[in-house]
Design a protein around this ligand. Structure first.
Ligand SMILES: Nc1ncnc2c1ncn2[C@@H]1O[C@H](COP(=O)(O)OP(=O)(O)OP(=O)(O)O)[C@@H](O)[C@H]1O
Length: 309
């Protein structure tokens, strides 16, 4: 490969290019059969714990009685199957559709289950879109209250494709407290807001360490940045998750902390966040019920503003 040549990836995604040509462009959105709410879990940067947060929130929501699924849309680094311990091979129904794995009360499918692993990294625009939509329409999802979608980090083609083609109830963003991570998280919020997708909140991960001897909270980075970002961009702060080395070891073995040690400080943080997320999804539903048609957007925004005041 000639490294002096520009890397042959378009700067603007295929979806964004279409959008740029025609500001009114919108692909038809087809609902995911049987799924009530689709909630995206995003992050500005990679490695901030987005997949860890996704599977632990899913386990917590399932333990609270919701029917929950996780769709791993992280084409470039799918890790949900590993984190839930579901392995790579999935069954297929008589109609040929993939049947999600069930682990810790959570139904899960990863792009890694559907695609040959070597293919995904080399894919661009239309193929990415095609693969993603398979995840929603060629999977035999059972009836679900909530389908959490683990996105790749950043604000790229996957996000735009999903937002154009799958009806999404809202999103949450995971970040660590470092300033670089915060700057990218802010871009993520901006993308969702620009596309009128409610942001249910910010999750602060690996912010502190809880001493196992005395229970003291020791901050690992400068404090307050995530809360400030949430306030500045008018989104909820869903809470902070401590760095938990034991949880990390469990995750590597395919058992989410919430399932293995629900009493651990990090697990308790996930459980509390799951309750806040549930409440936010319900509020969004009520807001939509009040303003179901286009043109009711002001009523919808007013509803949220009133709650955030
Ligand atoms: N609170 C935590 N305490 C300890 N380890 C954590 C915590 N959160 C995440 N980790 C660890 O950090 C690593 C990265 O987490 P994870 O894969 O969830 O990040 P990610 O944001 O989804 O990454 P990417 O999107 O780049 O694939 C993993 O090894 C995970 O176990």
């Amino acid at each position: 490969m000639d490294l002096k040549k520009p890397f042959p990836v378009p700067v603007v995604s295929a979806a964004a290019a279409r959008r740029a040509e025609d500001p009114w462009y919108a692909e038809p959105q087809s609902p995911v059969p049987g799924v009530r709410d689709v909630v995206l879990v995003g992050s500005g940067k990679g490695g901030v714990g987005k997949s860890t947060v996704t599977v632990n929130l899913a386990c917590a929501l399932a333990a609270q009685g919701l029917r929950v699924g996780v769709a791993d849309a992280d084409l470039y680094g799918p890790s949900v199957a590993r984190l839930l311990g579901t392995g790579a091979g999935l069954a297929h129904g008589e109609d040929g559709r993939t049947v999600p794995a069930l682990a810790h009360g959570v139904h899960a499918v990863s792009v890694a289950n559907i695609l040959p692993p070597e293919a995904a990294l080399a894919w661009k625009g239309p193929l990415v879109a095609q693969a993603l939509l398979q995840l929603f329409h060629e999977v035999a999802w059972p009836d679900l209250d909530l389908l959490l979608v683990d996105l790749p980090p950043g604000t790229g083609d996957v996000q735009l494709t999903l937002l154009e083609q799958v009806p999404v109830s809202g999103a949450l963003l995971v970040t660590t407290p470092q300033r670089l991570a915060l700057a990218d998280a802010e871009r993520g919020i901006a993308l969702f807001h620009e596309l009128d997708i409610p942001v249910f909140g910010l999750v602060e991960n690996m912010s502190h360490y809880v001493c196992p001897c005395c229970g003291e909270h020791q901050p690992l980075f400068p404090e307050g940045g995530v809360r400030d970002l949430a306030a500045r961009r008018h989104v909820s702060y869903l809470g902070s998750v401590p760095l938990d080395p034991a949880g990390q070891a469990l995750a590597d073995g395919g058992t989410p902390l919430v399932a293995a040690q629900p009493e651990a400080a990090a697990a308790q943080a996930f459980i509390a966040m799951a309750e806040r997320l549930r409440a936010a999804v319900e509020l969004e539903r009520r807001a939509l019920d009040r303003s179901p048609e286009a043109g009711g957007r002001e009523a919808h925004a007013a509803f949220w503003e009133q709650l955030l005041d």
